[in-house]
Design a protein around this ligand. Sequence first.
Ligand code: ATP
Ligand code: MG
Length: 389
Amino acid sequence: MSAHAILPGATLGVLGGGQLGRMFVHAAQAMGYATAVLDPQAVSPAGLASHRHIRAGYEDREGLEALAQSCAAVTTEFENVPAGSLAQLARSVVVSPPAQAVAIAQDRAAEKAHFVRCGVPVAPHALIDSQAALAALDAAPLLPGILKTARLGYDGKGQVRVTTSAELADAWQQLGGVPCVLEKMLPLAQECSVIVARGADGALVHLPVQRNLHRGGILAVTEVFDGNVPPALENQALAAAKSIANGLQYVGVLCVEFFVLQDGSLVVNEIAPRPHNSGHWSQDGADVSQFQLQVRCMAGLPLTAPRQHSPTIMLNLLGELWRTAVDGTALAPPWAEVLRLPGCHLHLYGKDQPQPGRKMGHLNITGADARTVRATALRAAELLGIEAF
Ligand code: ATP
Ligand code: MG
């Protein structure tokens, strides 16, 4: 804990008005903080919930100045904040996570280099940042592979699967010839992630390792209960996440995503310098959520180890679950029927335009034991039109 904790009553700020910002705002307000959100949109999930919404772009000097003036500490809800903006804020207000850590998480190549420095295994990969680099690359050992833009990718966007050198060349053009990482396609047995929170004093706590199911490059389901990830892998994932966070001198909540390969080995995929969709279950399944951890980290409050009190499954609620009526209006899923099931916790983000792949909300399902939770989650999925898992 820092010597100068920022106590309830103060204002905490967040860059970005999306759902992660909204859930941060909810957690901060529950603890008695006032909140300020900086986001360029007139209406945003976090802006709707916050005491104050500064409507400005992420590089708008006046907007950033207003945020710095009104807040005792500032965090971010997305990794693509311009580094200069964090640096400007850091001159007058406490900023976490540190700009340097965010800069590394913004860039797949820098991120992978950091994992290698930490001695954590990564997928075989190569950087393609020019025509010359593409021409010089012996791609065969990396094929079939996935070409990913080094920057600005999310939810599987900015990624193309390639099987031949010719396809690789086309894919690089298709992605605009921007710096990319070609990653070998790995035989996945499962995917998992872990949320760690690190204070300015180096204290580090974590949530249990989460098992994730992606569909079409987007997280669909997270399951968190004993036995869903082999214990040896859990320990490896935790050790890796700790060394990644320590190596970044990280302050704040960090998510580390992993692949478990069919031979049982663990490979780190990527990091997110913020709370993550795969940690949303902690709002209802643990005694400290990832958003409460975010508040504690930025305010310099003590970090106590979160305790999971219920086996939990999270279902993402994507825009395709909303049907369109004949008059063109969106028809919401059958919430009342879903909420009749015991242990269902509905979280909606205040977005009014459902679109396929758009994250509209999530449903956390808690219960006394894993079997019950799975049965309830499968029933909820059926009611919602989510494919069984
Ligand atoms: P997000 O930021 O939403 O987590 P992203 O767009 O950054 O996602 P990745 O995490 O790189 O994308 O990839 C999305 C999904 O695609 C992974 O969770 C995994 O299911 C699959 N995938 C990505 N890379 C590989 C790989 N090298 N081998 C096999 N599957 C992969
Ligand atoms: Mg990912």
